[in-house]
Design a protein around this ligand. Structure first.
Ligand code: ADP
Ligand code: MG
Length: 628
């Protein structure tokens, strides 16, 4: 028997490990199962290259709880360790890992981002155990070894009569960690971290129903049998080649990843690259709805099939964090802080590779089945628009497949807009004016007025579209987006010089002050305009610029500071060339004139959905009195 003291410079490292890793105790199981997996894969590898000759069998990893003795066992059939190797790998190598961790992070352990990303390895067992034993038999012809350590730097190392190749780790679970003796807790952890690990992991048994023997009585229950319960899928879809997989396999994998998700994904993107970095994975486009922030952080990051985290910022560009799926890369430096991740060159390359793959996929979907792409547009537009705003490279590609739907259900690309709409919607200064609505019902009368002029109206209703319009206006030449209710249609697309007014300046002024007296609200700025006599006599508009800035402010960034809280600003545009205006001017009594103005203003408010409460009741009463 060997007794010894682990060579430590930090006194009592174990209590420290425990304290600093407080929030993440559960990762010990991931670490121990990873070691068991590594040992199994190494053995397979050495066998496959002919280095060693052993009967591999069908190696598995087994997890067992012994509640009475308060022990947790992790058993593998991997390459095992000789006594010398235990001395070397456990007492020296593994310990140096733990010590290095302590030295690096004892001051910054609060940065929870790094904890758990750091492969603290074998010694993380001491976060939950008061004593740890290793019983291990190497594939080499040597007696097995038995190592014991109670959490102080002292250990014992003896030989043992274990015959089968492999390693058993026995954790004597500490009093404050008995949760790890609960079957449900262990199952939860195995499912979280080891669901897709490459070696079968067995935990408990499950009941399987066998076929009834021939001639059995109908009433007899079918025989059952207890079989080992395999926790993981050792060959998840992302580790296979795209050619091996059918559409159905991707959908099945999606259900495997998100068992609580009932909606199917719209489509998938299979990532597979081995140069200049290693990365595999499958991303899914889900149907997005509701609160977008709640839908983030669903992508899972793996390192060689071991779950690491679902915080992928930095690795996946921000606009793609709304996607779902898996990314697996041995090249992502996981044991470092987030700020490092963002500056790391390899990580940047991964991020732009993913961006490119997503753009290519969207582009090919668009080209191969445009009708299908159009039908999915509403569910993916947020991601595409967000990408166009935030990534220049994506913007360039997306210009080919980004769609601009019209209120009549047509979908145009930018090029098609220029071909089909631009000729008719260019104003006298040569600016291409894109009319759009955000709500078909609320803006119905304005849309109607535009249609009568033969104009096309786009339906742009996503929450970040204001930002996108702003961007398109600055990157494309002579382009202007105008919401349909921001001005009378002839002003939105001004094709000729001002129409001559039927009213004199004096008449205009008189009428203006009378209208102002009736409106009596600062929210509405009265504006006298000479327009086509067929255009509406009264109309409420909302300046595009202010409204858009407010919208941008509400969805974050881009707008001007403080505008989000400003009251709405409206213009009451009066068409001085409309016959009704002449009628109002010539009204016999002041009372009659006021009534006509009030009624007209209310009608204008009504068509913008602004007439509510007492004002609406007044309007209805006045209307009855007018038709009496
Ligand atoms: P790492 O896994 O990063 O090398 P660990 O602290 O987890 O660090 O483990 C240290 C070393 O101990 C491993 O590299 C390996 O050589 C050895 N080891 C740990 N667990 C096992 C095991 N189950 N079977 C064989 N060797 C093991
Ligand atoms: Mg390890």
């Amino acid at each position: 028997m060997t007794q010894g003291k682990i060579n430590v410079s930090v006194e009592n490292i174990f209590p420290l490990i425990k304290k600093f890793l407080y929030s993440d105790h559960e990762i010990f199981l991931r670490e121990l199962v990873s070691n068991a997996t590594d040992a199994t894969i190494k053995l397979k590898h050495l066998t496959s290259i002919g280095e060693i000759k052993v009967d591999l069998g069908d190696p598995k990893i087994e997890i067992k709880i012994d509640k009475k003795k308060k022990r947790l066992h992790i058993i593998d059939q991997g390459l095992g360790m000789t006594q010398e190797e235990v001395q070397k790998y456990i007492n020296e190598v593994a310990f140096s890992g733990a010590e290095e961790f302590m030295n690096t992070y004892k001051d910054s352990a609060k940065d929870a981002g790094i904890i758990g990303h750091f492969g603290l390895g074998f010694y993380s067992a001491f976060m939950v155990a008061e004593k740890v034993e290793i019983i291990t038999k190497s594939y080499k012809e040597e007696p097995a070894a038995h190592w014991t350590c109670d959490g102080s730097p002292e250990f014992t190392l003896t030989s043992n009569d274990k015959k089968e190749r492999g390693t058993e780790i026995i954790l004597h679970i500490a009093k404050d960690s008995t949760e790890f003796l609960e079957e449900s807790r262990i199952r939860e952890l195995l499912t979280k971290y080891n669901k897709f690990m490459p070696v079968p992991i067995i935990f408990g048994t499950k009941t399987e129903t066998l076929p009834k023997p021939e001639g059995a009585d109908e009433k007899d229950p079918a025989p059952t049998i207890e079989v080992p319960n395999v926790i993981n899928n050792p060959h998840p879809a992302w580790t296979k080649q795209p050619a091996e997989l059918k559409e159905e396999d991707y959908k099945a994998f999606y259900r495997e990843l998100y068992p609580m998700q009932f909606e199917e994904p719209l489509f998938h993107i299979h990532l597979n690259v081995d140069y200049p970095f290693n990365l595999t994975g499958i991303l899914f486009f889900p149907k997005l709805k509701g609160d977008l922030n709640l839908q983030k952080d669903k992508i899972q990051l793996y390192q060689n099939q071991v779950y690491v985290t679902d915080h992928v910022e930095g690795i996946v560009p921000e606009f793609l964090t709304m996607l779902r799926g898996v990314i697996d890369s041995p090249d992502i430096p996981l044991n470092v802080s987030r700020s490092y991740l963002q500056a790391d060159g390899a990580v940047k390359k991964i991020s732009s590779y993913i961006t490119k793959k997503v753009a290519d996929k969207l582009s090919s979907l668009f080209k191969n089945d445009r009708a299908d792409f159009e039908s999915k547009w509403n569910d993916i537009k947020i991601v595409v628009e967000y990408g166009m705003l935030s990534e220049e490279k994506f913007m360039e590609k997306a210009d080919g497949f980004a769609l601009y739907p019209t209120i009549d259900g047509q979908f145009y690309t930018w090029t098609e807009l220029e071909e089909k709409i631009k000729p008719n919607q260019t104003d006298k200064d040569g600016t291409f004016v894109l009319l759009y609505a955000s709500d078909q019902d609320a803006q119905h009368s304005y849309i109607q007025a535009a249609k009568e002029k033969g104009y096309e109206v786009l339906l742009l209703d996503s929450p970040i579209v204001a930002h996108l319009m702003q961007k398109l206006e600055t990157t494309k030449e002579k382009v202007h987006f105008a919401r349909i209710d921001t001005d009378p249609i002839d002003k939105l697309i001004k094709k000729t010089d001002d129409t001559i007014s039927k009213l004199s300046d004096e008449q205009k002024d008189t009428l203006k002050s009378k209208i102002e007296a009736v409106v009596a609200s600062k929210e509405y700025a009265v504006q006298m305009e000479a327009m086509d006599s067929s255009a509406a006599p009264f109309m409420i508009t909302e300046p595009e610029f202010m409204r858009r800035m407010k919208e941008m402010q509400q969805t974050g960034g881009g707008g001007m500071f403080g505008l989000g809280n400003m009251p709405d600003m409206y213009q009451l545009v009066v068409n001085t060339n409309h016959p009704l205006i002449t009628e109002i001017l010539e009204a016999k009594t002041d009372k009659k004139q006021e009534k006509l103005i009030a009624q007209s203003v209310d009608l204008a408010k009504l068509s913008k959905g602004l007439l509510k409460g007492a004002a609406l009741t007044d309007f209805i009463q006045r209307s009855y009195s007018l038709i009496k």
